[in-house]
Design a protein around this ligand. Sequence first.
Ligand SMILES: [Zn+2]
Ligand SMILES: [Zn+2]
Ligand SMILES: [Zn+2]
Length: 140
Amino acid sequence: MNVEQALKVMKEKGYKYTDKREDMLTLFADEKRYLAAKDVLQALQERYSGLSFDTIYRNLSLFSELGILEETELEGEKKFRFACSTNDHHHHLICVDCGKTKHVHSCPMDAFEESAGDFQITGHKFEIYGYCGDCGEKRV
Ligand SMILES: [Zn+2]
Ligand SMILES: [Zn+2]
Ligand SMILES: [Zn+2]
């Protein structure tokens, strides 16, 4: 997903284009990591005085609903990042400090499928938390 694709998705679903929305998406494209609503507010409030946490949060939830952003909860706080553009099934290693992610292409579900029996699995979530190389180094 990139900004252009995201704006196209919005247009197709009948949502209005605004500078604010484009700036939010650009921020996610530049940062390439999980951001909290307050990070987005911090980055944009200089340009948009009077921008509220509510507006940011509503837009982030909308982006997430439209599949533009992925969301997760890190240490009790909702965080968002651009949805991955790859269709290959994968999972994320997530740095709880800076929000950067890394892909892992093996899936722990492979091991569970047999034990599911007659239970019909429709999906699963699996995330691994820790510290990325940079943040890990800062901690020692
Ligand atoms: Zn991914
Ligand atoms: Zn990190
Ligand atoms: Zn999986």
